[in-house]
Design a protein around this ligand. Structure first.
Ligand code: ADP
Ligand code: MG
Length: 294
């Protein structure tokens, strides 16, 4: 073709299922030597499902009441865990309540008013860092199984815990191997989820460098730390919580299907087919394109 090499690289990337927003992106992608992957929705399918519904003593709620409360508060959230909670409630035929005053804290959880009470749903580590022994035991037993524990607070009091499981993408292991081959080091896992669940999953795909319990700004700090060492970082993520790191990285790629609007807007490129393995494929491609122009 008569297209300039970088433009034909964009066209090629498109055929591989990655939409690059400009030719410069392909050039930068060809320079990366370090990769950071988000967990939920990136390394995993992002279609998590509720496995456990555990009301806590003192809350006075049964399973359905707990699930309905959590789902009502989560209704306005686009987080994959929120969608799992809402789906579980629908599957049980539970009608959701109005939940005005919705706010979300990326990497931590959501807050809304349900039936006049303040309901918070999210990470136990962020919502109840000094939780009691009962709650600790429930959370720990879920996390030891590789599940994500989601805490439900009513007016500041823990009333229940939901267990949520998420499958690794079928191409996660091959993707990690290909990225390791391309950069000479395994990717790092950056996640807002808890360390136990994250390590469980990382081990299955050959990742040993796991940074867990991260807020969006902590993901940025990790990127800046590497870039200060002269490394050029590719971040792959899907969430609102990943947007700042996608922006801070040398190159940011967002997962298209499960990706939040903010991640899609912020990233330099988007995986349009729902396949993680397209990421190492375009990195390899961008290097070839780069050799053609330099
Ligand atoms: P990851 O970095 O793996 O994609 P996130 O940063 O999106 O994970 O979320 C980190 C943690 O914050 C989750 O494991 C969960 O405990 C909590 N969390 C964030 N948003 C929500 C939500 N809408 N509902 C429930 N929990 C949430
Ligand atoms: Mg995510």
């Amino acid at each position: 073709s008569t297209m300039p090499p970088l433009l034909s690289a964009i066209a090629n990337a498109g055929r591989h299922g990655v939409l690059a927003k400009s030719a410069v992106v392909m050039e930068r992608l060809g320079q990366i030597d370090t990769v950071a992957l988000d967990k939920t929705g990136t390394l995993t399918e992002g279609a998590p499902y509720v496995t456990d519904i555990t009301p806590l003593p003192g809350g006075g709620l049964d399973e359905n009441a707990l699930l309905r409360l959590a789902a009502s508060a989560e209704h306005a959230s686009e987080h994959p865990l929120a969608r799992a909670v809402v789906r579980a409630a629908r599957e049980r035929g539970l009608a959701l309540a109005e939940a005005p005053g919705f706010t979300s804290a990326p990497g931590a959880g959501v807050t809304a008013t349900v039936g006049g009470r303040t309901i918070r749903v999210g990470s136990p580590a962020h919502l109840a860092p000094a939780c009691g022994d009962d709650l600790d035991r429930v959370v720990r037993s879920l996390e030891d199984k590789g599940r994500t524990a989601v805490l439900v607070l009513r007016d500041g009091v823990p009333v229940g815990v939901l267990g949520i499981a998420d499958r690794l993408r079928t191409d996660a292991k091959a993707t990690v191997a290909a990225l390791t081959e391309l950069t000479g080091r395994p990717p790092t896992l950056l996640t807002g989820d808890n360390e136990r669940a994250a390590r469980h999953l990382a081990a299955e795909v050959g990742i040993t460098d796991v940074r867990a319990g991260l807020l969006p700004q902590d993901k940025v700090a990790a990127v800046r730390e590497w870039e200060a060492e002269g490394r050029r970082v590719l971040v792959v993520g899907d969430g609102v919580n990943d947007a700042p790191a996608l922006a801070a990285a040398h190159t940011g790629i967002a997962m298209g299907r499960a990706g939040s609007d903010l991640a899609l807007e912020t990233a330099d490129a988007v995986v349009v087919r729902d396949e993680l393995a397209t990421v190492p494929a375009v990195v390899a491609l961008s290097r070839t394109a780069r050799r053609l122009v330099v």
